[in-house]
Design a protein around this ligand. Structure first.
Ligand code: B16
Ligand code: MG
Length: 217
């Protein structure tokens, strides 16, 4: 039987760190004299920190030097990390451990495929790091989702053919990246927003083990 691998996005799939990204970006926007809304924050999901700051400055119509840009990147991340410091396993999204346990017990290789450069400390804080055979995050990629790079590196490190990989994603760009990698994409969240996914669920409570079993055969 050809081996199947599973790749999980982090923010919006395993934990809801989007709310902390939002608070940190909002603080910066307010310091710069403009509002940052939840609608704005939607555009930031799955997007790299650098690209987020570019979008933020566009929203506020703020111009900056490279030096100032770099300082704001650091400032935002320091504020974000203060929230991460307080995280624990109570922040794991519902039924994520159910799925991870099932896959682990079946000996299925598991990777993380995230845009975040803070993925490892977050997984450590919520005590899920031990489930992952491979971590691919913002420190390992040169091309952002929807480019398939993050997932292709994950498949390669898992030793699994891309076509035999299953990706859980909450962002439109992430579903596109999985599809571009010729992987099976599972959208976690609003099915209309993630209509390009091969399968859709609102969250992991809707995924039963028989469904996962079916993906392994
Ligand atoms: P960091 P994901 C993404 O995580 C977030 O959705 C996105 O909002 C964030 O800008 C990006 O990580 C980078 O995060 O600032 O921690 O490097 O959904 O790809 O797991
Ligand atoms: Mg995400």
């Amino acid at each position: 039987m050809i081996k199947t691998g599973f790749i999980f996005d982090l923010d919006g799939v395993i934990v809801d760190t989007a709310k902390y990204h939002y608070l940190a970006w909002k603080k910066l926007a307010n310091e710069l004299g403009f509002e940052f809304t939840h609608e704005h924050n939607e555009q930031f999901k799955g997007v790299s920190r650098k690209r987020c700051l570019e979008i933020l400055l566009d929203i506020g119509e703020v111009e900056s030097s490279q030096e100032q840009f770099d300082k704001w990147m650091i400032e935002k991340n320091i504020d974000y990390l203060a929230y991460i410091e307080e995280m624990d396993s109570s922040e794991i999204l519902p039924d994520v451990p159910k799925v991870l346990n099932f896959l682990k017990n079946r000996g299925v290789p598991i990777a993380l495929g995230s845009a975040s450069k803070n993925a490892r400390p977050i997984l450590e804080k919520v005590d899920l790091l031990h489930y992952f055979d491979v971590l691919v995050d913002g420190n390992n990629v040169t091309k952002a989702k929807p480019d398939p790079e993050v997932f292709l590196i994950g498949a390669n490190k898992l030793g699994v053919q891309p076509i035999k990989c299953i990706v859980f994603e909450d962002a439109v760009a992430g579903i596109a990246a999985a599809n571009n990698a010729k992987m099976t994409s599972i959208g976690i969240g609003d099915s209309q927003t993630l209509s390009e996914a091969d399968y859709n669920f609102n969250d992991f409570t809707e995924i039963d083990l028989a469904f996962l079993e079916g993906l392994l055969t």
